[in-house]
Design a protein around this ligand. Structure first.
Ligand SMILES: Nc1ncnc2c1ncn2[C@@H]1O[C@H](COP(=O)(O)OP(=O)(O)O)[C@@H](O)[C@H]1O
Ligand SMILES: [Mg+2]
Length: 474
């Protein structure tokens, strides 16, 4: 798949943004969860500290401290419950300190004492080697006015375990969520861009020969519908413009034919006047030659415009291509003899094709004419017709001047001549091969050429046999 395709880029952006959003969301979730759980835990510890302060210390004096110790042990059993409880006098004298918890998560002896004077409602987090300890602190006053500090704490380990659990869930769930979202996005984008793909495929098929066809219009009411409608309008305008220019060529060539015929007739009869001076006769001869050339060009243009209009189908018959090739070669043998070029026609069994016989004869004439024209005297031209898997293949090969490789792709273009000066000398207008191509296209035939300069050229036409041609035209 094309890495720069809109589909891939959209999905890549979508996946990137989604991942960032999910990761941010995950981080925020963890952050707030930690704060919530820690605040909750501290709240419980603070409540316990208040209980100790209100129920035990508020009713005791300095002398009752041993009793307070036992009561705390009995009521809260901090070691068994993995709790930290410490009571100190304001002067720093220790009243009570819980022992090491049974899971040994923290060492109470190493929990640093409180320093600040005002400790009421203070909470802190002490980091130990096996995790943190969350401690809430409170001030209390005994019956004799002794001031105490109560510290109650619990291990942060369960919170950390919960956070790790959530983290693992996020680490597994997040990529899955991103994958599912990206797959969904991919399908959506593909569906959204599908009309573009279809439009591109159709646009690729539309050429000047099938300009009446239109791009598929998606009735989605969105930008794509607008685009397809606009492109179709553009194709309509192009169709009109091309039709107009074709019509112009057709009309012009049609209109030019009559005056040219009249001119040629007049000039020919003038040239026959025996009283003309030598120079005048010569000048007349050269004018006549140019008029003939002009008439040939006009005929060529007229033929092309009729082919463009699809008139090749008018006289569709079945006939033997071998016979057509042989008679045409026979008819052109005089021209070949003039140039001392031999034309050999390979006789073979009948190859029946369907089409406009006169037009296909024109193809053979044009190709033979070129082969003879572009082969120096003493050269050979070989013509053959054969069957080749459902096709009739007509081949005209010569050992003449050949066509340079850079000119080969252009020989079927209108008015193209490899060597303008040489062709002009030989009277070509550069329309012969484009007529061949147009006729072939109208007959579902393909024409190809292979050539080596100095060695010769071979023109090959592949046309469906009559049975297949019938299917084609249907
Ligand atoms: N058999 C061939 N050998 C060499 N060159 C050829 C041959 N057929 C065509 N060409 C080249 O292709 C050009 C186009 O041919 P065509 O359309 O028939 O025009 P033209 O009127 O010049 O014959 C010719 O001018 C010629 O240069
Ligand atoms: Mg020609």
């Amino acid at each position: 798949m094309n890495p720069r395709s809109l589909r891939l880029r959209l999905v890549a952006w979508y996946a990137g943004v989604l991942t960032i959003v999910f990761v941010l969301l995950g981080v925020l979730t963890l952050f707030f969860l930690q704060h919530y759980l820690e605040a909750n835990l501290l709240d419980t510890q603070a409540q316990r500290a208040r209980q100790i302060a209100a129920t035990l210390l508020a009713h005791a004096g300095a002398n009752d401290e041993p009793a307070v110790r036992t009561q705390v042990e009995n009521l809260y059993s901090p070691e068994a419950n993995d709790r930290f409880i410490r009571i100190t006098r304001a002067d720093g004298q220790l009243v009570y300190a819980s022992g090491a918890p049974k899971d040994a998560r923290f060492d109470p002896a190493r929990v640093p004492p409180l320093h600040s004077g005002d400790i009421d409602g203070k909470s802190r987090k002490v980091r130990g080697p096996d995790g943190s300890l969350l401690i809430a602190a409170l001030a209390a006053t005994g019956t004799d006015g002794t001031r105490y500090r109560v510290e109650v704490g619990a291990a942060g380990a369960p919170i950390e375990a919960t956070l790790i659990h959530v983290l693992i869930m996020l680490a597994i769930g997040l990529p899955i969520a991103v994958c599912v979202a990206v797959a969904g996005g991919f399908v959506l984008v593909r569906r959204a861009l599908d009309p573009v793909e279809r439009m591109a495929r159709k646009a690729e098929e539309i050429t000047q020969h099938n300009l009446s066809e239109r791009l598929p219009v998606v009735r989605s009411g969105d930008e794509l519908e607008r685009l397809s409608v606009s492109l179709n309008h553009m194709i309509s305008r192009l169709e009109e413009a091309i039709h107009g220019s074709k019509q112009f060529v057709a009309d012009a060539s049609h209109e030019l034919r009559t005056p040219l015929t009249v001119m040629r007739g007049e000039l020919e009869s003038l040239a026959q006047d025996g009283q003309l001076r030598g120079e005048t006769r010569e000048a007349l001869g050269s004018v006549l030659e140019e008029v003939e050339r002009l008439a040939e060009i006009v005929e060529g243009l007229f033929a092309l415009s009729r082919l463009d209009a699809g008139e090749a189908h008018s006289e569709w018959v079945r006939f033997d291509l071998t016979e057509l090739a042989a008679t045409t070669a026979e008819q052109m043998s005089l021209l070949a003899e003039d140039k001392r070029v031999s034309v050999a026609c390979e006789s073979s069994p009948a190859v029946i094709v369907a089409g406009d016989r006169a037009r296909l004869k024109q193809v053979v004439v044009n190709l033979l004419d070129n082969a003879i024209k572009y082969t120096p005297s003493g050269g050979r031209v070989a013509l053959s017709v054969r069957r080749d898997n459902g096709h009739a293949v007509l081949e005209i090969a010569d050992n003449g001047v050949g066509i340079p490789a850079d000119a080969l792709p252009h020989v079927f273009k209108r008015f193209f001549r490899v060597d303008d000066s040489r062709s002009r000398e030989q009277g070509g207008a550069g329309l012969g091969l484009s007529i061949v191509k147009s006729i072939c296209t109208a007959h579902s035939a393909v024409v190809e050429v292979t050539s080596a300069p100095g060695k010769g050229s071979t023109f090959r036409i592949k046309q469906p046999l009559a049975e297949d041609a019938a299917a084609h035209s249907r």
